[in-house]
Design a protein. Structure first.
Length: 238
């Protein structure tokens, strides 16, 4: 008999996407438990840093109380605007505070790109240009070069979830470059996961999203290896 597995996920308070989706797709023996960090108005780097410093550690302590088997820091922009040192630090804090292995959205994306052989990518995000540019720089420092990209320019954290999956698909196809190894779609408050299979079919290359990669990686570091269909090669084959 398989033991129950508890996953902890930390998200900004504005996130209205993954808290509904993750519990629907994980295997029956897995439960997902969320902690929310208060996101001040706007998605500027200063507001994101304020959220991390105010509620990040507090959220880790909250999740520690349910004894999770793995924890994910579910804010892509947090690492993007603060860099790789922050990303390493937050994963170390998760392990220290919760006693469980930790990942972050960006670490999950980088790990996923490694599995899928993605070194040159097209990338889209809902962010403002300042955060979107920081994203390209962040992934370039990890050996993943953005050769084509676009952003929606949304400055309100709650409204990041407003573009429909169809709008995201259209934007992704409009910026796709066949010279890329695949596509990255950033942000966990962005409705990217419903279009992954269709987008992979249309471009013939793998697609990695913050929403999908974070769930994939937290499952894997918790020791859950069940394939999940409907959300791309990453969750189905790796």
């Amino acid at each position: 008999m398989i033991s129950d597995i508890r996953l902890g996920v930390i998200v900004p308070s504005v996130n209205s996407v993954v808290e509904a989706w993750y519990p629907r797709v994980v295997p029956d023996h897995v439960s997902v438990h969320f902690a929310r960090m208060l996101m001040p108005a706007g998605t500027s780097p200063e507001r994101i840093i304020e959220m991390d410093r105010t509620d990040g550690v507090h959220s880790m302590h909250q999740l520690a109380s349910c004894k999770p088997h793995a924890v994910a820091y579910g804010c892509t922009a947090s690492s993007i605007v603060q860099g790789h040192d922050f990303d390493i630090h937050v994963r170390e804090e998760i392990r220290h505070i919760t006693g469980a292995p930790g990942t972050s959205a960006t670490h999950a994306i980088i790990t996923a790109c490694g599995k899928l052989g993605m070194k040159r990518v097209a990338a889209i995000s809902p962010y403002i240009e300042e955060v979107d540019s920081a994203e390209h720089k962040f992934f370039a420092e990890a050996g993943i070069k953005t050769i084509a990209g676009t952003c929606f320019g949304i400055s309100d954290g709650f409204r990041l979830a407003e573009p429909s999956p169809e709008q995201i698909l259209d934007r992704a196809l409009s910026v796709w470059d066949p010279a890329a190894d695949g596509m990255i779609i950033a942000c966990l408050n962005f409705r990217s996961h419903p279009i992954i299979d269709e987008l992979e079919h249309r471009i013939g290359k793998p697609v990695v999203t913050s929403t999908q990669a974070t769930l994939w990686h937290i499952l894997r570091i918790a020791g859950v290896t069940n394939p999940i269909s409907g959300y791309g090669r990453l969750m189905r084959e790796h």
